[in-house]
Design a protein around this ligand. Structure first.
Ligand SMILES: Cc1cc2nc3c(=O)[nH]c(=O)nc-3n(C[C@H](O)[C@H](O)[C@H](O)COP(=O)(O)OP(=O)(O)OC[C@H]3O[C@@H](n4cnc5c(N)ncnc54)[C@H](O)[C@@H]3O)c2cc1C
Length: 299
């Protein structure tokens, strides 16, 4: 069955968009900010914080990058006005990283500056390895000048333990995840267990350094390993948080909240839901199988 589902994943682009949307709905808060706010309110009611994400990647023209920047400022204003518990996650390539690093830096600075007086926080997501150095440069500069900004490190990258050494000495806030892009073996660990091992090593190093970590995983093995480290270091619940994607393993989410851990849900919204949802569906071949069968029948 697993093999069949993997074959079906390859055929996902053939499925009509409305059918994909029916299954993708669990991973995206909707197309509008209003829908996203309602979703965050629901999550807050269940004891979870959120991080809102305006969907979109790899912007190639300046006007679009500026429009996304304005949308993110609007998100921050709305979070304040609505009194919901959410910060904001952003992807550098949406703000022009592939056009010009300085232009991207300026756009991200506008967003971080807009968050600052509102007491909010901006997480700069990590994209593929061609963007890592520039993303960390932008992060380090804005962290030094504003403070209310965090970065992401990916456990599959061979450089991650070294990148931890180069974090700001004070007040670093890092999301640690496995990493979602397909990278060459030269720079990325490839084995499933190897990535897990590097995740635990990186988490241990971050916690020893006193970094506030967003532990972003749905892998129960890693959740358990994190629990052991948190217990071993005697960390108070305000020194770290778990993070999960909207719509993924809600049972694990609720179990962690019940155990008194802080939990933040990555809550994407926007008209560009298709690419994001396809990535989520590819990660979950069982659901991809349902999508394909809904479109083309059981045969
Ligand atoms: C809050 C958050 C932010 C992230 N930010 C980034 C980022 O900035 N850069 C980056 O490269 N990656 C990011 N990721 C993605 C991450 O790198 C992984 O690709 C993803 O989380 C899957 O890894 P996992 O640790 O959950 O382990 P896996 O081994 O992939 O999954 C563990 C279990 O969770 C289930 N699961 C995982 N994903 C799904 C899904 N989509 N649907 C249903 N079940 C699923 C699996 O079936 C499996 O049983 C982020 C992830 C999270 C949770």
């Amino acid at each position: 069955m697993a093999v069949l589902n993997r074959v079906l994943v390859a055929g996902l682009p053939l499925v009509p968009k409305p059918i994909v949307y029916r299954f993708a709905r669990r991973y995206v808060a909707g197309e509008t900010l209003k829908q996203a706010v309602a979703q965050v309110r629901g999550l807050n009611g269940r004891g979870a914080m959120a991080t809102l994400d305006v969907l979109g990647e790899e912007v190639k023209d300046r006007a679009r990058a500026e429009a996304f920047t304005a949308e993110c400022v609007r998100v921050l204003e709305t979070i304040s006005q609505e009194g919901i518990d959410s910060n904001l996650s952003i992807k550098p390539t949406m703000f022009g990283l592939e056009i010009d690093e300085a232009f991207c830096h300026e756009n991200i600075e506008r967003i971080v500056a807009a968050a600052k007086p509102r007491g909010n926080f901006v997480r700069i997501d990590m994209e593929d390895a061609t963007t890592t150095d520039a993303t960390l440069r932008i992060y380090r500069d804005l962290h030094a000048r504003y403070g209310n900004v965090g970065c992401v490190l990916q456990a599959y990258m061979r450089r991650t333990l070294d990148d931890i050494d180069a974090l700001p000495a004070e007040g670093a806030n890092v999301r640690l995840c496995k990493g979602i892009y397909i990278e060459p073996r030269r720079i990325a660990w490839k084995g499933y267990e190897t990535v897990r091992q590097n995740f635990v090593a990186a988490l241990d190093k971050l916690l020893r350094k006193g970094v506030y970590v967003g532990i972003a995983t749905h892998d129960e093995y890693l959740v358990c390993a994190a629990d052991v480290l948190i217990d071993g270091y005697g960390l108070a619940p305000d020194r770290y948080e778990f993070q999960m994607l909207l719509g993924v393993d809600e049972e694990l989410r609720d179990l962690l909240i019940e155990r008194g851990h802080r939990m933040r849900i990555y809550t994407p919204y926007g008209r560009e839901w298709y690419a994001y949802s396809m990535r989520r569906l590819r990660e979950n071949p069982e659901i991809a199988g349902h999508v394909f069968r809904a479109a083309f029948g059981r045969s």
